[in-house]
Write a protein that binds this ligand. Structure first.
Ligand code: NAD
Length: 321
């Protein structure tokens, strides 16, 4: 297909934010580019307004439902700017022969660094310390070290592996659970594979790095949390719906869990009345795991290349099965 006759929709709001050549290159290749100017992921009705006439779609965290996609009359490719594809109705795209791609590994270092940052901030109570010091107080805050503790990684793919190798410098014991274990990588960094039960029973901190799917939705339920050690902490930089938020709230309020670090929520942004936002032992961030210079450049170029490849009639490099 002649690229100059193609229209591309870009909804990923940080696309090209660090590297202006990305937008310039895309605009030089295709007939027209339409950008999401709202600064937020789009809902199905907003997408349905934009999709008619669109050939290629570089997508953020929008709700790409069947309802939205029914409005598409020329769409060949949804190129996810990111890793998770849980926001795309894959059954519908398969039925309609719309190719879906993503950008594996593009943001794994950035998300792993955020997970580590949330861990350190929680165990040293850094936000509370900053607030108190700014207020003229000089409290003695007694934190925990990572050294000597056990950290559990649930989901040992690109992000889990990057987190594991970083944790290996902290002299802690690292356990990992994944149905498809990469044993050589784990042994290189002193990481031990274990069953999920072992990870839950033995870890002082558990970090989630698995995708959201019908089998992982609500995985962190009462049974999961009850098996965690008293005082243990949970980090979720994966997807909000993997965790049952009401049960997590109960576990934090009862004191069974010592704290949580959450970059993702069931509803995004969370309702301001969501009680998780006001618990002192819960650190919350605005789904910013991939918001770094390195990740936005990698996600941008990888999603752009695959979008253009499909429009040219070539095979994309990172097609989602
Ligand atoms: P990946 O596909 O490389 O790794 C996921 C791993 O999870 C795989 O090894 C898989 O075998 C494992 N897994 C699947 N089901 C599991 C289960 N039930 N229990 C344990 N492990 C299971 O993906 P990744 O790049 O590491 O990303 C993981 C997830 O992180 C993404 O799907 C996405 O939802 C999320 N993510 C969040 C951000 C953010 O900004 N916070 C950014 C990127 C990705």
């Amino acid at each position: 297909m002649d690229l100059k006759s193609c229209q591309v929709l870009v909804t990923a709001t940080s696309f090209g934010k660090n590297d202006p050549t990305l937008r310039a290159y895309l605009e030089s290749q295709v007939g027209e580019v339409i950008y999401n100017r709202t600064g937020k992921p789009l809902n199905p009705a907003q997408l349905a307004d934009l999709l008619p006439g669109i050939d290629g779609f570089i997508a953020g965290l929008d709700s790409i439902t069947a309802e939205a996609l029914q409005a598409a009359d020329r769409l060949q490719v949804i190129s996810r700017y990111g890793v998770g594809v849980d926001n795309v109705d894959l059954e519908y795209t398969r039925k309609e022969n719309i190719i879906v791609t993503n950008t594996p590994g593009s943001n794994s270092v950035s998300v792993a660094e955020l997970a580590l940052g949330l861990m350190l901030a929680l165990i040293r109570q850094i936000p509370q310390a900053v607030q108190a010091t700014r207020a003229g107080e000089w409290p003695r805050i007694n934190g925990l070290t990572l050294e000597g503790k056990t950290v559990g990684i649930v989901g040992f793919g690109s992000i889990g592996m990057q987190l594991g190798r970083r944790l290996s410098g902290f002299n802690c014991r690292i356990l990992a659970y994944d149905p498809f274990p990469d044993l050589p990588y784990a042994s290189e960094f002193g990481i031990h594979f274990a069953t999920l039960d072992e990870v839950l029973h033995q870890s002082d901190i558990i970090s989630l790095h698995l995708p959201l799917s019908s089998s992982t939705q609500g995985l962190v339920n009462e049974n999961f949390l009850n098996q965690m050690k008293p005082g243990a902490m949970l980090i979720n930089t994966a997807r909000g719906d993997i965790v049952d938020e009401t049960t997590l709230l109960n576990a934090l309020q009862s004191g069974h869990l010592g704290g949580a670090g959450l970059d993702v929520f069931c509803q995004q942004p969370p309702d301001p009345s969501n009680p998780l936002l006001s618990l002192p032992n819960v650190l919350v961030t605005p789904h910013m795991g991939a918001h770094t210079d390195g990740a936005t450049n990698a996600m941008g170029w990888m999603s752009l290349r695959d979008c253009l490849a499909v429009l040219r009639g070539e095979a994309p490099q990172f097609r989602v099965r």
